[in-house]
Design a protein around this ligand. Structure first.
Ligand code: FAD
Length: 475
């Protein structure tokens, strides 16, 4: 779509020519995230600070375009994909980091890449604990917007537990800060409302994060099983034993085989399921906890137990786990990665149902699971150029969500709702729940200027419904 000339001129006056792109190639490149939905972009902006973000918000409003914030575009739910022609605010140039070593905190720009923050604080013995598998690419702004998790969030908690304050630009172009340096700031906890709001309340421009000391000792182990149910029973018993491992991840056989072909980590490819467990903390505790996990695994028939002998082997094990999505590229050009949660003790049933759904739809499915907290990631592998294939994949995905909810779980563990799960929200929220969320959103952004059409389905608010029937009328 050709960008409105006046809009682009106004944006360039505010940001400079190099801060705005609006050629068809740019519009196409930024019209998608790592999910499967594409939207329509009018102009792509690259502000350097909160004042420039505020200017873009006001200019877009004057020209009647909504705003969609975007970090690295690694989101898997279509959160950064415009549901209608929009101006994009890409935060990648907002990458300042100011560390307060004494207080173990840092003010960071939203465009800072997750892993870069931990690299920059490594010499201080500190790191940022939430570690999405996409951490080499995704931004902290995206992590805040999605309240992202990662393998080590089992023990450490997800992003919201590591954010003390958030600065953001609201729909009126105002720069606000919510939260603060105190562990329990006074007033309403608006910070935890902004974290996880998927860009619907404003554009995050600075984040005060907690930095976590690197543990003095760590042990990482890999356990192989000839039955998925043995691996699942091990997970349940480890958690029931009172140990909270730093991470407890699971991959099924198709996933292990794909990863092994990709990273050559000498993974046990004959196993039906592999667990990757990590414990960290003080040396004595780590040794004792590792012993418990290994003996629980053996009791449940582990066919192989491998303890990482050194940091090189530990990193290789993690490389294998964190390459799980990249490994798919050798098998098919596309994948649809799902993210649902089930109660941990229903893992075997859930996997059996996922395999049955895939068989029924003649699809290849591979599973990587944050097993410690019951967060499933079935990946449906396909070729989107085959007519009708994407529709089949999407229908399988809906069945997986419905099954997860039926087993007592929910529709998203960490990737968010975005556009892709928006219409499934009513499976877990009543009309009253959705209305409350819509009212909260409108308290910040009455006219839905930010990420319109994402997260909440149409009609969540009687106001939406009324407006589509008769402007302003309550229906
Ligand atoms: C290979 C792979 C592995 C992944 N592994 C994990 C994982 O282990 N755990 C996990 O939780 N996720 C994972 N993800 C999903 C994704 O990486 C995370 O959701 C991540 O936080 C998105 O960051 P991003 O910078 O790419 O955000 P984007 O995709 O650009 O945006 C995501 C959402 O955040 C909003 N947003 C971005 N920046 C801002 C801002 N400054 N202000 C307001 N809103 C903003 C967008 O509007 C959108 O709604 C994975 C994705 C891939 C491709």
């Amino acid at each position: 779509m050709p960008a409105a000339a006046n809009l682009v001129e106004d944006l360039r006056r505010a940001l400079g020519a190099e801060g705005v792109r609006a050629e068809p190639l740019d519009q196409r490149l930024f019209s998608k995230d790592a999910g499967v939905t594409r939207g329509e972009v009018v102009a792509v902006t690259f502000p350097r600070n909160a004042v420039q973000v505020s200017q873009v918000v006001l200019i877009a409003a004057r020209h009647g375009y909504p705003i969609v914030a975007r970090g690295a575009g690694t989101g898997l739910a279509g959160g950064a994909v415009p549901s209608q022609p929009a101006v994009l605010i890409v935060t990648t140039r907002m990458d300042d980091v100011v560390v307060d070593e004494a207080n173990r905190t840092a003010w960071v720009g939203p465009g800072v890449i997750n892993l870069d923050l931990s690299r920059r604080t490594a010499s201080l013995g500190l790191h940022f604990a939430p570690d999405p598998s996409s951490q080499a690419a995704c931004t902290l702004g995206g992590n805040v917007a999605c309240n992202s998790g990662g393998p080590h969030c089992l023990a450490e908690g997800s992003t919201v537990n590591h954010v003390l304050a958030v600065e953001f630009v609201d729909a009126r172009g105002q720069i606000l800060t919510v939260g603060g340096t105190a562990p329990d700031p006074a007033g309403l906890d608006v910070r935890s409302v902004v974290v996880g709001s998927e860009g619907t309340l404003g554009v995050v421009t600075r984040i005060l994060v907690k930095l976590t000391p690197n543990p003095p000792a760590v042990k990482t182990m890999l356990l192989a099983f000839s039955k998925v149910s043995d691996a699942a029973a091990t997970v349940s018993e480890v958690i029931a034993s009172g140990i909270v491992p730093a991470a407890l991840e699971m991959m099924d056989q198709p996933m292990v085989r794909a990863v092994e072909n990709f990273v050559h980590a000498d993974l046990p490819v004959a196993a039906a399921a592999v667990l990757l467990a990590e414990v960290n903390g003080h040396v004595a505790a780590v040794d004792a906890e590792a012993d418990v996990i290994i003996s629980v695994g053996r009791r449940h028939g582990a066919t192989e137990v491998r303890l990482a002998a050194d940091e090189r082997e530990r990193l290789l094990m993690w490389k294998a786990r964190k390459s799980a999505f990249g490994a798919i590229a050798q098998i098919a050009p596309d994948y649809y990665l799902h993210d649902t949660v089930i109660p941990r003790n229903r893992l075997v049933e859930a996997l059996e149902e996922i395999y049955a759904i895939a068989r029924r739809k003649d699809l290849l499915v591979m599973n990587v699971i944050h097993a410690g907290d019951g967060n499933l990631h079935p990946q449906l592998v396909f070729d989107g150029s085959v007519p009708g294939q994407l529709e089949i994949v999407k229908s399988a995905a809906v069945e997986i969500v419905e099954m997860s909810i039926r087993l007592g779980g929910t529709l998203s563990g960490e990737h968010g709702i975005g556009l892709e799960k928006r219409d499934l929200m009513s499976l877990v929220f009543s009309a009253v729940d959705l209305d409350a969320q819509a009212r909260l959103r409108e308290a910040f952004d009455q006219d839905h200027r930010f990420n319109p059409g994402t997260v909440l389905p149409a009609g969540s608010r009687c106001f939406d419904f009324g407006r589509s029937v008769a402007e302003g009328a309550w229906v």
